[in-house]
Write a protein that binds this ligand. Structure first.
Ligand SMILES: [Zn+2]
Length: 368
């Protein structure tokens, strides 16, 4: 009963660690029914390998007692102590150590070794284990589960119109293409080819408008005009670079899912020095069906090693959003300033709708 009472106080300390994103281990040291030392794990916050709960608690207790010996004290800790902390207990001559759950990988009070029960040393301690074991284990388990989940989120971005200000570009290339042939660009043209791969678009254009050049020649013409434009003039949307860098720093996976090809998007990513932030490029070179099918998003998730249900897709095209949903992913529609009607459709198709990545960045920072 007494043990449980103090172990609960150690658990309170563990919760303090959890609050600041540290592995939730807590410790209290009791002298004559009085808590004289407390500590929780602060290793990451302080960038200090000595920042274990027990070390902090021993420090405080020694200060309180005005003595390096803690000879009539009992130390309560939620997890079996590591070699460093068990060593410190040995040095402080702590006579009794009570812990919650064993640490099979690093515990030195019985699991890997028992530093407090080796007759070759000049001090041994009484050990009590398994006090509130379930609670002590639960707080660890839930912490690591959450941590793993955070680590394993996948952020999938479409390129044109979603992160890049490039929607004008194909319109320009297309317009030039038809103008060169003394034709007006058909009004429905842009929407028709929006979800097609480069090759599909060329086949469609040749057939639908009786173009004399071969599919290869059409692609070559588009290619030259577009590469130049991407290299010189295409910019990324506001806050995209900061957002993607932030996601990487937080160990998320980042992928690009686009019908486009590397010769177009890579110069832009390079210009902003964020190519290295991407874990996967599911692009037009993979020969997957266009975005009317979920395949490209599923492939991107697979390449990132993230479950589809843990993926968030940013898209500016309705068909893309619908396919990503079919893939079991969470979808965010992105404003691209085209027609109001189009934006309404994007808003309706997505789980959430944004006009600006700076808000995404802000939300993520706040939720940390
Ligand atoms: Zn330790």
């Amino acid at each position: 009963m007494e043990h449980e009472k103090y172990m609960r106080l150690a658990l309170e300390q563990a919760k303090e660690a959890r609050k600041i994103g540290e592995i939730p281990i807590g410790c209290v040291i009791v002298y004559k029914d009085k808590v004289i030392g407390r500590g929780f794990n602060t290793r990451m916050r302080d960038n200090n390998a000595l920042g274990h709960a027990e070390i902090t608690a021993i420090n405080e207790a020694c200060g309180c007692m005005g003595d390096w010996r803690l000879e009539e004290c009992t130390l309560y800790v939620t997890v079996e102590p590591c070699p460093m902390c068990a060593g410190a207990m040995l040095q402080a001559r702590v006579p009794r150590v009570v812990y919650g759950v064993p640490n099979k990988k690093a515990g030195c009070v019985g699991s890997v070794y028992n530093l407090l029960n080796d007759s070759r040393f000049n001090h041994q301690a009484e050990i009590v284990s398994g006090v509130l074991a379930e609670e002590c284990a639960d707080i660890m388990k839930s912490f690591f589960k959450e941590f793993r989940k955070r680590d394993k989120m996948g952020y999938i971005f479409d390129f044109d119109g979603t992160i890049a200000n490039s929607s004008y570009l194909w319109k320009k290339v297309d317009k030039d293409f038809f103008e060169k042939r003394n034709m007006a660009m058909p009004p429905e043209y842009a929407d028709k080819i929006a979800t097609m791969s480069f090759y599909e678009g060329a086949v469609f254009t040749k057939t639908a408008y009786n173009i004399v050049e071969t599919v290869e020649e059409i692609m070559e013409e588009w290619h030259k005009g577009a590469v130049k434009e991407y290299e010189k003039n295409v910019t990324l949307k506001e806050s995209v670079v900061e957002y993607i860098r932030f996601l990487k720093r937080k160990n998320h996976k980042v992928g690009l899912a686009t019908a486009s090809n590397p010769e177009f998007y890579l110069p832009v990513l390079k210009k902003y020095a964020i190519t290295e932030c991407f874990d996967a490029f599911a692009d037009g070179t993979l020969g997957l069906p266009n975005k009317e099918s979920p395949d490209i998003y599923l492939k991107c998730a697979e390449m990132m090693g993230v479950e589809p249900k843990n993926c968030i897709v940013y898209e500016d095209i309705v068909q893309g959003l619908e396919s990503a949903k079919k893939a079991g992913m969470y979808t965010v529609g992105v404003y691209d300033g085209r027609s109001e009607e189009r934006e309404k459709a994007v808003e309706a198709a997505a789980d959430r709708y944004i006009t600006d990545f700076s808000l995404e960045l802000e939300m993520l920072i706040k939720n940390k």
